[in-house]
Structure formats: C-alpha cells, structure tokens
Design a protein around this ligand. Structure first.
Ligand code: GDP
Length: 443
C-alpha cells in the first residue's frame, strides 16, 4: 500500500537533505516533488493545491529545532498536513441512545459493500455489540445469498424476505425485528448498481426516510482513486451520508482516495477494508494512515521526542563541550541516556530517513555494544569519567573497570582509545570541520 507515493515523497526529502535549514529557495523543489507525488497518487487537484500551499506556509514559518535536520522537519510538516487533510482523528461509529443503532450501507456494485456489511457486524461483535443484518438487494438474488452465507460464517443472523419483496419494506421489518429482539445494531445492506442511477438513489432515499438511520455509510473502492471521493460527495449531496468505508486498501492503491474523500465530500472515512476475509476491517485513523503513507518508519516520533526530550540550554552546553574537547565520559553517558529516552537504539536508527538499510542483526549488535559501553562507564570513578587520560595511562585502572563491568580488559582499552580518538576528531571539527565521525561503542 502506498509504496509509489512513499517513494515519490522520498525525493522531496532528498532535496532538503544536507541543507542546514529550511529556506524559501530550497523548499521550492521539495514542494514540487510533494505536488508531483500527490498528483501521481491520484489525489484530487484542489486537495493537492491546498495541501502544498499549507505545507509551504508551515515550512517557511518553522523554527529550527536542535538535533533535527531540515528534511526531517519537513517530513513532520508534511505528515501533520496529511493528518489534517484526512480529518485529524478517528470518527467513531455512531451509537443510538435507544437501541438498535441503525446503519445503512450504500455503494456501487463490486465495491465490497456486502463484504463490508459482514465485516462491520463482526467488528461490532468483538465489541460485544450484537448485530442483525438485513438483505435488501432484491435485484441480484446472488447478493442475498452472499449476505446469508457471510452471516453464517460469522454467526450473525441475516433477515431477508426473498427477491420479490419491496426493499423499503424489508428494511422496515428488519429494524422492527431488531428492536423487538433486542439487537444492539441493525445493518442494512442495499442494492448496488454499476453506476449511479435515479432509481437507485430514489430507493435509497426512501429506505433512509423509513428507517431513519444513525449512520449512512458509503462503501467506496480505494482502487478508484479520487473517483471514490467524488462519489462520496455525490451520495452525500443526494442522500446525505455520515461517512465512508474505503475498501481494498490492501491492494496497490495509490492513495488518492484516502487523501481526497474527506476534503472533497466533507465526510470522514470511518473504516478501511484491508482484505477479502471478514476480519479485514480496521477503524480509520488519520495519523496512522499518514505514517503509513510516508512509509519511513517513524521520523515523526523522532522529531516529536527530540522536541520534548532535549532541553535547549542543555543541548547548547553539550555542543560547546563537544567542540571544546571538554566532552568527557559523563557527557557521553548523558548523551547515551538521552538516546535511550528517545526509544531503543535500533528503533531510533530505523526512524532516520536516509539511513542505510541496517539489518536487525547489525542493530542488535550495536545495541549490545552500547549496553556494554554503558556498563564500563558505570564502573569508572567520577574522576576517571572526567579525565579519560587517567585510564589511557593506567592498566590497573582499566583492569579494575573490566572486573567491575564484567568485560575484558581489551574491551575497556578499546573504549578508551576510541573515545580519545573521537574527542580529538570533535576538536578538529570545532576548529575546522571533519565530515563524519565515529562514536565509541557503535562501531
Ligand atoms: P458488493 O457488490 O459491493 O457487495 O461487493 P462484494 O462485497 O461482493 O465484494 C466484491 C469483491 O471485492 C469480492 O470479491 C470481495 O471479496 C472483494 N473485496 C471486498 N472488500 C475487499 C477488501 O477490502 N480487499 C480486497 N482485496 N478485496 C475486497
């Protein structure tokens, strides 16, 4: 899902990588890439225009955050805007005060409406809410059979009156039955046509008028891209819907539907269908979807945590120390703890965009190394931490630390040597700059 969109957006971040801050000039190209990516994903043009304009405004007004690169910051801005476009938060299913809650399902044929009806019943059952399904698609006898079969599969009763009854009457009786038998919810499956026609709309309007649903959900197929969004708008204008279920999100959908529905129709996506099986239904969460669209682990968490975790004055002091060679083992330990605050080491590395692909094996090794380093530093006296030279010149001190931390003497020696090397590199960086530096315990 969304692979192409994610790849495309990746080029947008690349335009900002290596820059030291977001500026009017360097943002143009990145915005162009975002625009292209969204259009290729079949997002509605007006939605794309508004989106890019918003991102531009926010990026230009963004403050520099210590420890966060401009491309990472830009990703976060794009993410937040994606969330906004998709409606901020999950809009839960309505629940009627007097039972049963009535849900009307609408949609064109083949979108997955009947499947979604059963999926929804199963979803409700998991929340201990009983459902009665009602089959009103008398135009395709197979549709009634299909719902009955699905009902048996999930052990949810299906109410039907065959193919000769009036759909409005079936719906009315279905709701009556649910009320009489104390069902929590009644879900009415309606006829789907190959395209919208007047008869279909008129019948749907009559059913709606009769059963007064708490929810009218339009089932739309994600594979149809922005078409799904305009369809939702049309149904909303003509019938009045309360939300959409976006199906077939497991396929290689380009994302246009997920991003356009809310903006184009004003109605929220409430659920997504992610497979043919009856349990393949998920509530729709804009923020989770945005992270999936960006397809790059969780840079956002990184940026958020950096915003939270790093005390600015602290970070500045640290930088001063690093560049002036006053950086000692205590500072190093502090840095490591900060990294731990931000999540596990492996998780942190995976969050960084543009990180070379690191295998889980390598990550585990690095994490073990880091723990080992921490254990050794913990075995140092405060003075040794402040003055690493003491360790460089004294084998007996190194031996004591090795014993205390449970590691070998050679490992302690290596840490001390690496640390000194790093510190001297840092010093040179402070004076002129050397690109790339190693951190002890990480190589
Ligand atoms: P209806 O005509 O709108 O009632 O559509 P159906 O419920 O009969 O579904 C049409 C086809 O789409 C069936 O083959 C379903 O298995 C399939 N389908 C429905 N929802 C999904 C979904 O979320 N993912 C995938 N991959 N297939 C789905």
């Amino acid at each position: 899902m969304f692979d192409a969109l994610a790849d495309r957006l990746e080029s947008a971040w690349k335009k900002l990588r290596g820059q030291d801050r977001i500026s009017e000039s360097n943002i143009q190209e990145a915005l162009q890439e975002v625009r292209r990516a969204l259009l290729e994903a079949d997002v509605n043009l007006q939605v794309v225009k508004d989106f890019v304009a918003q991102v531009k405004t926010k990026a230009q007004g963004a403050e520099v955050i210590a420890g966060v690169r401009p491309d990472q910051q830009f990703i976060k801005i794009v993410h937040d805007e994606l969330v906004t476009v998709m409606g901020e938060s999950n809009v839960p299913l309505a629940e009627a005060k007097t039972k049963p809650t009535v849900i009307l399902m609408a949609g064109l044929q083949g979108t997955g409406k009947t499947t979604a009806t059963a999926k929804l019943a199963l979803h409700l059952r998991k929340e201990n809410r009983s459902a009665l399904l009602v089959a009103t698609d008398v135009y395709r006898p197979a549709a009634i059979d299909q719902l009955v079969t699905l009902g048996q599969q999930i052990e949810v009763p299906v109410f039907e009156l065959g193919k000769d009854a009036d759909p409005v009457e079936i719906a009315r009786q279905g709701v009556e039955k649910a009320k009489a038998e104390g069902f929590d919810t009644v879900i009415i499956d309606t006829a789907g046509r190959l395209q919208i026609d007047q008869d279909m709309m008129a019948e749907l309007a009559r059913i709606k008028q009769t059963v007064q649903p708490d929810e009218t959900l339009l089932v739309v197929d994600a594979m149809t891209g922005q078409e799904a969004a305009t369809l939702t708008r049309t149904f909303h204008e003509q019938i009045g819907v309360t939300g959409a279920i976006l199906t077939k999100m497991d396929g290689d959908t380009r994302g246009g539907a997920a991003l356009s529905v809310r903006q184009v129709s004003g109605q929220p996506i409430k659920f997504i269908g992610v497979g043919e099986k009856v349990d393949a239904l998920q509530p729709f969460y804009p923020d989770r979807m945005a992270s999936r669209i960006l397809g790059m682990g969780d840079v956002l968490t990184l940026v958020e945590k950096a915003q939270e975790a790093i005390d600015f004055t602290d970070a500045e002091k640290m930088q001063e120390k690093i560049l002036s060679a006053k950086f000692d083992f205590t500072d190093f330990l502090k840095q490591m703890r900060l990294m731990k605050n931000m999540g596990s080491f492996g998780g942190l590395l995976k969050m960084l965009p543009g990180m070379p692909k690191i295998s889980d094996q390598q990550l585990r090794e690095a994490e073990v190394k880091l723990k080992q380093t921490e254990a050794m530093i913990n075995s140092m006296t405060p003075q040794e931490r402040r003055e690493p030279e003491l360790l460089a010149s004294s084998p007996s001190r190194r031996k004591r630390i090795a014993q205390g931390s449970g590691y070998r003497e050679t490992e302690v020696s290596k840490l001390v040597a690496d640390f000194q090397k790093m510190r001297s590199l840092m010093q040179q960086m402070g004076q002129g700059g050397i690109p790339g530096m190693g951190m002890p315990g990480m190589g």
